[in-house]
Design a protein around this ligand. Structure first.
Ligand code: UDP
Length: 149
């Protein structure tokens, strides 16, 4: 089964949106395989956002992401990376379609509620940064036979 890394960012946590976001993912048929609530240490923020380290918005992004606890998850499902990127919506919430998490729940790019891996390679890398293998649980969800043909 495909896997992705998802993270409810500090604004999502502070605004009480953890349950709303997880409810959408669960209702879709995606399966949580790991989850933890924590303050991200600087070392993992630098690894996670390495590709943005030189960008002008990076200092703001870094202080925002470390400003409070995040809820980190691994989700599984068929084509989960593409499916969750679609459910999350465009990076800028002002441009995100209604029906998407960012389109429905956020206003500005600097506080866009959730992170989701953008490819299978990125997912593998990000899961490896944030989770130890033993934190990820493989199990069958009871409704799987009604989700997959
Ligand atoms: N970001 C920002 N300003 C920008 C571009 C990005 O604050 O001009 C932040 C925003 O939180 C975004 C994150 O940096 O979610 C990572 O950017 P990326 O382009 O990878 O977008 P994403 O994959 O999260 O949609």
């Amino acid at each position: 089964m495909d896997r992705t890394f998802l993270m409810i960012k500090p604004d999502g946590v502070q605004r009480g949106l953890i349950g709303e976001v997880i409810a959408r993912l669960e209702a879709k048929g995606l399966k949580m395989a790991a989850g933890k609530f924590e303050m991200l240490p600087e070392e993992r923020v630098m690894k996670h956002y390495a590709e943005h380290a030189e960008k002008p918005f990076f200092p703001g992004l870094k202080s925002y992401i470390m400003s409070g606890p995040c809820f980190l998850m691994v989700f599984e499902g068929k084509d989960v990376v593409a499916v969750t990127r679609k459910m999350i919506g465009s990076t800028n919430p002002a441009e995100a379609e209604p029906g998407t998490i960012r389109g429905d729940l956020a206003m500005e790019i600097g506080m866009n509620v959730i992170h989701g891996s953008d490819s299978n390679e990125t997912a593998k890398r990000e899961i490896g940064i944030h989770f130890r293998p033993e934190e990820i649980i493989s199990y069958e969800r009871a409704d799987e036979k009604y989700l997959y043909e």
